[in-house]
Design a protein around this ligand. Structure first.
Ligand SMILES: NC(=O)c1ccc[n+]([C@@H]2O[C@H](COP(=O)([O-])OP(=O)(O)OC[C@H]3O[C@@H](n4cnc5c(N)ncnc54)[C@H](O)[C@@H]3O)[C@@H](O)[C@H]2O)c1
Ligand SMILES: O=C(O)C(=O)C[C@]1(C(=O)O)C=C[C@@H](O)C=C1
Length: 366
C-alpha cells in the first residue's frame, strides 16, 4: 500500500525535497504551507500530489512527515503534533539547521504513535522560497540524522529509504555534537559575512566608491550575507550559547591579530595566513569527504553583449543543469571569469569538454 508523505513547509528545502522524492513509486506526496501562493505554485508545477492549507488535516492521514519550516515554527509544529488525536503510527523528521531545541521539543511528545528522527541536509542556498527549489540540491551533500528514543532502527531505515533519491550521504549525529559543529562551520560564518557587509556600508558614508571596488574577494566572502534574515535570526537565536562562545573566541583572535598588525609582526602574519590556506585547501571535499562542495568550472569570457547567455545556452542545449553561476571579474572591455557550479562530476567534465570544443578557456581546480 502507498505511504502518504507530508512535507510541511514548501520553501527552498521542503520544495527541493519534494522535487527529489516525488517520483518515488510507492508514495502519495502531500504538501502543507501557510502561504497560499506557495501551495498554488506547488500544485501548478506538480511538485506534490495534493496540497493542504490545514496542518492537522494533512498530518492525520500521513505515515511520514517532514517538517521544513523555519526552526522556531518547526518547534511550534512539534508542540501542536503532540496534542493531535493520532490513530496510526507516524515517522516525523525535520530539516532544521539547529537540532538541540528541536529534539528537546520532540522528547516532550507524549504519544506512542510518533517516532521522531531529527534531520538536517547540509546543503542550501542564500535564496529562499519554493521558486528557488531544485531537484538535485542535496546530491552528494551530508544529510545529518539524529534518532531519538521514540524511533526504532526500522523507522530510521524507512526514512533513509525515502530520502535515498536525494543522493545525499547520511551521517548519524547527536544533537549537541551537530549544533557545536554547525555553529563553527555554518552559523558563525553567516554572522561574520553580515558584519563585513555592515563594515563596508558604514565606510561607504565617507568613501562613496567602496561598492565599485567590491571585486571577487568581497563578493565571495559575503555571498551568504544575502540569505534569508528570518531563517538566520531563528538559527542564531536557537543556537545562541554556541554563537556567543564563538564570538568570544573570535574577539580574542581579532585582538591577537590586531597586536600582530600593530607591532608589524610580518613573519607571524605570514604564518597565520599560510596555516589558514593549508587548512582551507585541505577541506576540498571530494577527496576527503569533509564538506560536500559543488563541482566548479572557471570559464574565461569577454565582456561582450550576450557573452554569459551564450555559455548558458550552449550547456543547456546539452541538457546540463547549472547549479550556480557567478561572475568573478567582469570589467568593461576586458576578459572576465565565470564560475559555473554543477552538482556532480559527470556534468562538470561533460561541460568542460563542450566548452573546450567551442574554444572557451576553462579551468577545473583540483
Ligand atoms: N536555506 C538553507 O540553506 C537551509 C539548508 C538546510 C536546512 N535549512 C533549514 O530548512 C528550514 C527551511 O528553510 P528554507 O531555506 O526552506 O526556508 P524558506 O523560507 O525557503 O521556506 C520556509 C517555508 O516554510 C513556510 N512556513 C513558514 N511559516 C509556516 C507556518 N507557520 N506553517 C506552515 N508553513 C510555514 C514558508 O511559507 C516557506 O514556504 C529551516 O529550518 C532551515 O533552518 C535551510
Ligand atoms: O550555501 C549556502 O548558502 C548555505 O548557507 C547553506 C548552508 C551552509 O552551508 O551554511 C546553510 C544552512 C544550512 O543549515 C545548511 C547549509
Amino acid at each position: 500500500m502507498k505511504k502518504t508523505v507530508l512535507i510541511a513547509g514548501l520553501g527552498l528545502i521542503g520544495g527541493s525535497l519534494a522535487l527529489s522524492i516525488r517520483e518515488t513509486e510507492d508514495i502519495h506526496l502531500i504538501g502543507f504551507d501557510s502561504n497560499y501562493s506557495t501551495l498554488e505554485y506547488a500544485k501548478m508545477n506538480k511538485m506534490v500530489d495534493e496540497v493542504y492549507s490545514d496542518f492537522k488535516e494533512a498530518i492525520l492521514q500521513s505515515d511520514i512527515c517532514i517538517l521544513a519550516a523555519p526552526v522556531s515554527v518547526t518547534i511550534e509544529m512539534i508542540h501542536q503534533l503532540s496534542k493531535l488525536p493520532l490513530t496510526k503510527p507516524i515517522i516525523i523528521t525535520d530539516v532544521g539547521s539547529v537540532k538541540g531545541p528541536i529534539i528537546d521539543a520532540a522528547n516532550q511528545i507524549n504519544s506512542e504513535m510518533i517516532s521522531f528522527i531529527g534531520g538536517h541536509p547540509m546543503a542550501g542556498s542564500h535564496k529562499k522560497g519554493i521558486q528557488a527549489a531544485k531537484k538535485n540540491l542535496f546530491e552528494n551533500a551530508i544529510y545529518v540524522l539524529s534518532p531519538t528514543t521514540s524511533s526504532s532502527n526500522k523507522d530510521l531505515e524507512q526514512l533513509q529509504a525515502l530520502l535515498t533519491p536525494t543522493k545525499s550521504k547520511f551521517l548519524i549525529l547527536e544533537p549537541e555534537e551537530h549544533d557545536e559543529m554547525t555553529s563553527v562551520i555554518s552559523h558563525f560564518p553567516h554572522l561574520i559575512a553580515s558584519s563585513l557587509v555592515h563594515q563596508a556600508r558604514s565606510w561607504q558614508k565617507t568613501h562613496p566608491y567602496i561598492p565599485k571596488l567590491a571585486a571577487g574577494g568581497f563578493r565571495d566572502i559575503t555571498r551568504i550575507a544575502s540569505s534569508n534574515p528570518l531563517m538566520w535570526r531563528d538559527i542564531f537565536f536557537q543556537n545562541r550559547p554556541k554563537m556567543s562562545r564563538l564570538l568570544g573566541d573570535w574577539i580574542e583572535e581579532m585582538i591577537h591579530l590586531k597586536t600582530l598588525i600593530d607591532t608589524g609582526e610580518k613573519s607571524q602574519i605570514q604564518e597565520y595566513l599560510e596555516q589558514a590556506r593549508e587548512y582551507r585547501d585541505g577541506l576540498d571535499s571530494r577527496k576527503q569527504g569533509a564538506i560536500p562542495s559543488y563541482y566548479d568550472i572557471y570559464v574565461d569570457i569577454f565582456d561582450q553583449p550576450g557573452a554569459i547567455l551564450k555559455v548558458i545556452e550552449l550547456l543547456s542545449s546539452h541538457d546540463i543543469s547549472i547549479n550556480n553561476i557567478e561572475i568573478l571579474e567582469l570589467r568593461e572591455g576586458i576578459t572576465g571569469v565565470l564560475r559555473l557550479s554543477f552538482q556532480n562530476k559527470n556534468d562538470q567534465e561533460f561541460s568542460q569538454a563542450i566548452l573546450k570544443k567551442n574554444h572557451y578557456d576553462t579551468v577545473i581546480e583540483e
